[in-house]
Design a protein around this ligand. Structure first.
Ligand SMILES: NC(=O)N[C@@H](O)C(=O)O
Ligand SMILES: [Mn+2]
Length: 281
C-alpha cells in the first residue's frame, strides 16, 4: 500500500487491531516480510551459524509428529545444532492428541494458541488455555488432547538427575506468576518452574517496554531456546544484529554474545529456555 508520503510500506496492524487480538496472536499470525519481499525468490530472514540461529515463520517446515494424532510439528532446535534439548511447535488439529516423550525425558508445553486438556493417570484432567503451561517430569504418564485446535511450543530434554532430587508435575499460567527481582536490569522477569535444584532448566518470561534493553551484553555457559511472543526489536547474537518480531525463534549456543533491545509501539515479551542447576563439567 502507498502511504501519503509516497513510501511503499506493508499495511501494518493498527493500534486498535492490535488491542482486539488475543494475547500472542502474532505468533501464529506473524507479519511476514513486506509484500514486495514476500514473493521475492529465496528471501528469508532465517540464519543458521555455528553458535546461533534465527528461525523465522516463513521458514517453518511442518510434518506429522510421529505417534501424535492429527498434529503437525516443526522442530526449531535439536541436538543436531549442538543443543541438549529440542524445541518444536506442535500444531494440534481437531481431535488430536499427544504421545509420550522418550524414556527419562522431561517435557514443558506452553500454549500459544487455542486450548488442550492435560490428563494424567492420578488426578483429574486440567484445561490449558493460551498463556498456560505444564511441566511433565521424566516418565510421567500423561496425554494432551485437543478438541478444536491448538498451537503449543514444546521443550523436551533428557532429565539430568542430581542426587536424590526429583521433579513433579507443574501446571500454571504466566499471568499468575510473580515478578522477580532483576538487579541491574529493567526488564520484568517471571520464571515458570521452581528454582529448586531438582529442575535442570527453567523457562523465563521476559517483558521489555519499547526502548528498554538488556544491560548486560551476556556471555554465559547456558544455552537458550527463545520464542518472541509479542513485540519487535533488535537481537544481537555474536557480531550480527537482527531485526526480530513476534513469531521468531532463536537458538543461542553456550557463550554466544547476546543482547536485546525492544522497539516499536508495544511491549516485547519473550519465552526463554535456560539450563540451570547443573555443573557444566
Ligand atoms: N538472552 C537473554 O535474555 N538471557 C538472559 O535472560 C538470561 O537469563 O540468560
Ligand atoms: Mn542469556
Amino acid at each position: 500500500s502507498k502511504s501519503d508520503d509516497g513510501f511503499c510500506s506493508a499495511p501494518s496492524i493498527t493500534e486498535s487491531d492490535e488491542k482486539t487480538k488475543p494475547i500472542y496472536w502474532k505468533v501464529t499470525n506473524p507479519t511476514l516480510s513486506p509484500s514486495h519481499l514476500q514473493d521475492l525468490p529465496g528471501y528469508t530472514r532465517s540464519v543458521y551459524k555455528r553458535d546461533h540461529a534465527l528461525i523465522t515463520p516463513e521458514s517453518h517446515v511442518f510434518s506429522p509428529l510421529p505417534d501424535w494424532t492429527n498434529t503437525l510439528g516443526a522442530y526449531l532446535i535439536t541436538p543436531a545444532m549442538g543443543s541438549h534439548f529440542v524445541m518444536y511447535f506442535a500444531k494440534m488439529k481437531e481431535m488430536s492428541s499427544s504421545d509420550l516423550p522418550p524414556k527419562d525425558t522431561e517435557r514443558l508445553v506452553f500454549v500459544v494458541d487455542g486450548a488442550v486438556t492435560l490428563t494424567n493417570t492420578s488426578s483429574s484432567s486440567t484445561k490449558l488455555t493460551v498463556d498456560s503451561y505444564a511441566y511433565l517430569p521424566p516418565n510421567f504418564h500423561h496425554s494432551l488432547d485437543c478438541v478444536e485446535s491448538a498451537t503449543l511450543v514444546v521443550f523436551e530434554r533428557r532429565y539430568e538427575r542430581l542426587g536424590s532430587h526429583t521433579t513433579e508435575l507443574i501446571v500454571g499460567s504466566t499471568d499468575k506468576k510473580p515478578l522477580l527481582e532483576t538487579p541491574g536490569e529493567v526488564f520484568e522477569l517471571r520464571k515458570l518452574l521452581p528454582v529448586s535444584l531438582a529442575y535442570d532448566f527453567n523457562i523465563h518470561i521476559m517483558d521489555f517496554q519499547p526502548g528498554e534493553f538488556l544491560n548486560v551484553k551476556e556471555v554465559h555457559y547456558n544455552q537458550h531456546g527463545l520464542l518472541l511472543l509479542e513485540g519487535q526489536g533488535i537481537y544481537r547474537l555474536g557480531d550480527n544484529w537482527y531485526p526480530v518480531q513476534a513469531g521468531d525463534v532463536i537458538w543461542m549456543a553456550p557463550f554466544v554474545p547476546q543482547w536485546y533491545a525492544a522497539l516499536g509501539k508495544n511491549r516485547s515479551r519473550y519465552l526463554l529456555y535456560k539450563d540451570v542447576n547443573r555443573n557444566p563439567l
